[in-house]
Design a protein around this ligand. Structure first.
Ligand code: DQA
Length: 145
């Protein structure tokens, strides 16, 4: 089973960036956690991070036939990017939306996601652990399908 993990803008700064909101775990450490959790599940991880909206759109377009499902933390693009939404509508890959922080407990502009209704489900608010929980949820869903 091939799982793509797509990370949006500023997530490369995790660990140093607003640690009181996002925690002290770096994105590299989260990648290691996800790869380790994926191994016993027999899942192969394709890891990607970008600060650019177009690159994220192209990464979604590239998922067709390359991944069975995706974990997506679109970061700030979650709240604004119709281009990302359109790419997910075009590709129609099963994905779990995830966030480190609980977006519903934050500023009003972060409480809306333009991709949430397209997702299998959402994991939000568990810090770095959100990635592992989202992986478990997605693999479980794909196995059941
Ligand atoms: C985030 C939440 C977003 O609102 C924010 O722009 C991020 C990270 C999260 O993981 O909590 O960059 O997606």
């Amino acid at each position: 089973m091939r799982i793509a993990v797509l990370n949006g803008p500023n997530l490369n700064l995790l660990g140093q960036r607003e640690p009181e909101v996002y925690g002290r775990t770096s994105l590299n450490e989260i990648e290691s956690m996800v790869r380790e959790a994926a191994r016993p599940m027999g899942a192969e991880i394709q890891w990607f991070q970008t600060n650019h909206e177009g690159a994220l759109v192209e990464a979604v377009q590239g998922l067709q036939d390359r991944a069975d499902g995706a974990l997506i933390n679109a970061a700030a693009f979650t709240h604004s990017s119709l281009a990302l939404r359109d790419a997910l509508l075009a590709v129609r890959i099963p994905f779990v939306e995830l966030h480190l922080s609980n977006i519903f407990a934050r500023e009003p502009e972060r409480r809306h996601s333009v991709i949430a209704d397209l997702a299998v489900g959402m994991v939000t608010g568990f810090g770095a652990q959100s990635y592992v929980l989202a992986l478990q949820a997605l693999v479980g869903r794909l196995r059941a399908a």
